[in-house]
Design a protein around this ligand. Structure first.
Ligand code: NAD
Length: 496
């Protein structure tokens, strides 16, 4: 890595930043609360929670601003989002430093995160230019001109998780803006600083201050106040299934127009491995999928399902590959597995692992190596299950479950995986093409990965998103995403 970038990241890691609400382009004052580095517990900045007045002012301003922003056209909005992408590339060191300090991202993950955020900005800008600039002419009766317009819906609330504190935050906000909405952006409690820097960057790029507002705070206060407001028209939410359900209930009960909910939620992702799979490849892919980002990815592999006759070899190889992972200081290029986001999450995962250990189900656990003091770490672990249906919920950490299945029972296995109700990702390792195609067709998931690492979403070429308990669709980074943020209008004109 270039030394200049290393130095710039170091300089960006200052610890004195304040994430204050930004309403109408101006910062709001208030009492700050510390934001902590999950790898060390050190204070890396302060956050000021948006109060009721900030929420009310932001909603009113966003509502008033929406019409002009939508009428300004896709090309006008695209230009600003593209400028934001340029600025993000120019200031990447700041964002890399914040992703490491605030979210505990490893350097490798942080670089991917910034790249993805840039890609989202450019991709949605391109779509705004193409789809939202001119009306589309439709075929119709002679003597009539029929056109279809796309317009912003109104005021959108964007609520994001901490595990992709820049890419998902900016992806949702950029999509809502590109489609012509004004936006109330609420980041996760744990990662307000990087989101604050992203909003400052969008404002600098020319997004009007009355169109985009930054409202940090807790989900049950600020998040609930935003999603319960009768003047909002839609919510783009990424986070847990439980919170998506709570938001859905709240939207149904409130006054005002029928709102759109775009939810991208959790997963209980399985990988099916048959006896023709290559053991080295399975071990490499399973370990990367389960433990990269300390398993704190919605797409992460949770359940490895291995055909019985090759199970001993495969599981031993997976455990061996896991043992080689470097767990520790995320800023080092050599680190594979960084910290768990906070002490509460760490305690929950540690209790789950302790219970499995007491039941004799822990097959292997990586060693704690040279860990920074004061941080929240859980060494990667492999846990045996009797049956695939024993995994009932998402365990959001570096925990891989393994279960076996008998040859001849493939369809029953796929149906059992489907029965979890989650539908995010599925991995398949087989050397028989027909088997891979059969599994992909029968699986009730949004993304299938064949003979490769099971995580990954590439803007524009691997659109990502789940179904069932894992989300409402459409797929982020795909050709249809922006349309869910928009209204269609048909204009029919007599031209005789
Ligand atoms: P979370 O559900 O706890 O929080 C997500 C956001 O919702 C936060 O900003 C939080 O403040 C807010 N929130 C909480 N309660 C709220 C309420 N009552 N009203 C409104 N907002 C509220 O999730 P998290 O711990 O931040 O993130 C991890 C989860 O996100 C995992 O389940 C993971 O699978 C999921 N995730 C899914 C995807 C995907 O694309 N499907 C991507 C990343 C993360």
């Amino acid at each position: 890595m270039p030394e200049a970038l290393v130095a710039a990241i170091g300089a960006a890691r200052r610890g004195d930043r304040v994430a204050a609400p930004i309403v109408g382009g101006a910062a709001r004052a208030g009492a700050g609360e510390p934001v902590r580095n999950p790898a060390t517990g050190a204070v890396v900045g302060q956050v000021i929670e948006a109060d009721r007045a900030a929420v009310a002012d932001a909603v009113a301003a966003a509502r008033a601003a929406h019409g002009n922003w939508s009428l300004a056209g896709g090309a006008f909005r695209a230009e600003r989002l593209e400028r934001a992408a340029d600025l993000l590339e120019e200031h990447d060191a700041l964002f890399l430093g914040l992703a490491i300090d605030e979210a505990g991202k490893t350097l490798v993950d942080a670089i991917a995160e910034v790249r993805e955020a840039v890609d989202f900005l450019r991709y949605y800008a391109g779509q705004a230019r193409a789809d939202f600039t001119y009306p589309v002419a439709l075929p119709g009766p002679t003597g009539e001109r029929n056109e279809l317009m796309l317009e912003g819906k109104g005021v959108f609330v964007c609520i994001s998780p901490w595990n992709f504190p820049l890419a998902i935050f900016l992806g949702q906000v950029a999509a809502a803006l590109a489609a012509g909405n004004s936006v109330l952006a609420k980041p996760a409690e744990q990662t307000p600083l990087i989101a604050h820097a992203a909003v400052e960057l969008l404002l600098e790029a020319g997004i009007p201050g009355d169109v985009l507002h930054y409202l940090p705070g807790r989900g049950e206060t600020v998040g609930a106040a935003l999603t319960g407001n009768p003047d909002i028209i839609g919510v783009a939410f990424t986070g847990s299934t439980e919170v998506a359900r709570a938001i859905n209930r709240g939207l149904a009960l409130r006054d005002g127009p029928i709102a759109t909910l775009i939810a991208e939620t959790g997963g209980a992702n399985a990988m099916i491995v048959d006896s023709t799979a290559l053991p080295e490849q399975v071990a490499r892919d399973a370990v990367a999928s389960a433990f990269q980002s300390a398993g704190q990815r919605c797409s992460a592999l949770r359940l490895l399902c291995v055909q019985e006759d090759v199970a001993d070899t495969m599981i031993a190889m997976v455990a061996g590959a896991m043992a080689e992972l470097n767990v520790g200081e995320p800023a080092l290029l050599s680190t594979d597995v960084g910290p768990i986001i906070d002490d509460e999450a760490q305690a929950k995962i540690a209790a789950y692992v302790a219970e499995a250990r007491a039941a004799g189900r822990v097959i292997a656990q990586a060693q704690r190596t040279d860990l920074p003091a004061g941080g929240h770490f859980v060494p990667p672990v492999v846990i045996r299950l009797d049956h695939v249906t024993d995994l009932k919920r998402e365990i959001f950490g570096p925990v891989l479950h393994v279960a076996t299945w008998k040859g001849g029972e493939l369809d029953a296995l796929i149906d059992a995986i489907n029965a979890s109700g989650y539908g995010l990702t599925l991995g398949v390792h087989t050397r028989i093409d027909g088997v891979a195609a059969h599994i992909a067709a029968r699986a009730q998931v949004g993304n299938v990965y064949v003979n490769r690492n099971q995580i990954g979403a590439i803007v524009g070429s691997q659109p990502f998103g789940g179904r069932g308990l894992s989300g409402t669709g459409p797929k982020a980074g795909g050709p249809h995403y922006l349309h869910r943020f928009a209204e269609e209008k048909t204009i029919s004109t007599d031209i005789t």
